[in-house]
Design a protein around this ligand. Structure first.
Ligand SMILES: [Zn+2]
Ligand SMILES: [Zn+2]
Length: 285
């Protein structure tokens, strides 16, 4: 029985420890397949994306760790790539001459500018609320619709393996009384995006980062039965920024997935995605 994790950060972006510390903790916590997914560089400055100049060092540190720890853990090289319409995607010049074991496609910004800045949906609530008021006239549901429109564009475009934190807009969205994840229109929007994701053969991440603090995963547990019914391939990731969080939220999430009817999930084996069985205590192969 063991775990895997393909969504992780380090000091090359906004993670709080060196890559090596994450590898040590991963081995210690029973992870046998682990991927690094630093935030890919962006064409504007942020506090959390990796600087383009740092890429060579990111790759060489990865290769060093693979040599040192390769007999104890399978290590994989990836990035978390922002999709921002007309600004950042997989066609950016940065990706042209580079290869990765896998990529995660994520949305942190909507294609709207406030004071020459993109509207960050993954920041603190004050900034989020300012965006909703400025760009969407205070209409949270319009912001949510825009988020799923952008999700559809990202998935349609493809070029990555895993859809990261599917409904991240809920992190701040839940603070509005008008936001209701049980509303029919909301469920239909989510189902529409799942459907396209399934058609495109992408893997859906079950992201456990907010489980202990907020009580939900991305996507929300509410959608597990639908994801299972659509037979969308899944992977459980912790999106850790601290080594101690490498498997945060895994046990309750694996149990909830099992309860919702899932029997298998994806894992990288010698560089290829394979479907493997799991139970409450981890993957079985
Ligand atoms: Zn992210
Ligand atoms: Zn992340």
């Amino acid at each position: 029985m063991y775990w895997t994790n393909y969504h992780s950060h380090s000091t090359f972006c906004d993670g709080r420890s060196e890559m090596e510390e994450f590898v040590k903790l991963a081995i210690c916590k029973g992870i046998i397949s682990y991927g690094f997914s630093s935030h890919a560089p962006l064409p504007f400055s942020t506090k959390w994306a990796m600087k383009e100049e740092a890429f060579a060092a990111y790759l060489s540190e990865f290769e060093r760790l693979k040599t040192v720890y390769g007999s104890e853990i399978e290590l994989y090289f990836g990035l978390e790539v922002d999709f921002i319409p007309n600004c950042s995607d997989i066609d950016s010049k940065f990706f042209k001459d580079k290869s990765f074991d896998y990529l995660i496609g994520s949305i942190h910004y909507l294609d709207k500018i406030i004071d020459n800045q993109y509207f960050c949906i993954d920041g603190d609530f004050e900034e989020f609320d300012k965006g909703v008021k400025t760009v969407f006239d205070g209409d949270i549901n319009a912001a949510i619709n825009s988020f799923y429109d952008v999700s559809l564009l990202m998935i349609q475009k493809g070029g990555f393996d895993i859809v990261g934190h599917f409904d991240k807009i809920a992190l701040n969205g839940i603070h509005y009384k008008e936001f209701d994840i049980n509303a029919l229109w909301y469920k239909q929007r989510v189902a529409e995006v799942f459907q396209l994701l399934k058609e495109k053969g992408l893997i859906l991440e079950i992201n456990t980062k907010s489980l202990f603090k907020k009580g939900f995963t991305y996507p929300h547990q509410e959608f597990y039965p639908l994801i299972n019914e659509l037979q969308i391939p899944i992977v459980v990731n912790s999106d850790c920024h601290y080594p101690m969080n490498v498997i945060d939220g895994y046990e309750p999430t694996f149990a909830a997935l099992k309860k919702a009817g899932f029997r298998n999930m994806q894992r990288l084996v010698k560089g290829k995605w394979l479907e493997v069985a799991f139970d409450n205590n981890g993957l079985l192969y």
